[in-house]
Write a protein that binds this ligand. Sequence first.
Ligand SMILES: [Mg+2]
Length: 261
Amino acid sequence: MKQIISIVFSVILVSCSSTRSGKVTQGESQDQLILSTLWYQKSAEMRALYYQCFRTAEIALAENLAWAGRTKPAAVVLDIDETLLDNSPFQGWQVLEKKSFNNDDWFRWVELARARPLPGAVEFTRYSDSLGVEVFYVSNRTVEEMGPTIENMAAWGFVNTDSTHMLLKETTSSKVERRSLIEKDYEILLLVGDNLADHSGAYEKRGPDHGFAAVDADRRLFGTKYIVLPNPMYGTWLNDLLRSAPGATERERLVRLLETF
Ligand SMILES: [Mg+2]
């Protein structure tokens, strides 16, 4: 009987377990997040990488702006979470509380408006603005989260923190339509984000090669039109991995994916 209960419990865990899918898995260890979250919070390498990416973004933006032949005003498109705002305290909380990502707890965190800006992020939006480039934020925070998001970002001095420049998620996670909306009136010179889908719809669905071929094909766009920031804690890369591996817990599934010798 004990065994049956344990199997049933495992099945429930598997069916509920998800990363940023909105469902809650209570009591499942989130220890797989410890190392990535600590790296994000405590490594000087992480700070250096953010400065490096935003400096590269500045150079690329100035170069792209100098190109002749534009018929529309210039714009940059930035993601928000783990691009401009640091939500790693939420991941830390998940580890301590043993709770997988879920929308209710996430909303409680967003409502606090307490996320700190990432290194170089505020300065990059101000630099873009100083060049006369329109700054847009395309994020999968929901439209219900607009108020606290504006409050949080305005407090740190990000430019254009208003509902005109913030295109949040209404129904679909795909950012393609929202980018098209901007492109009606602007030419997007640069896209900055921690998830490849922040840059192009081509990366939304990754095949068995994890999207490697698509990235190889676009290699010349990285550092020139696409700026990618590091996020080892979550993202499409992880969702796809978890979907592809069997196992009772996230940890079990992740361990099975490791390459060894
Ligand atoms: Mg993000």
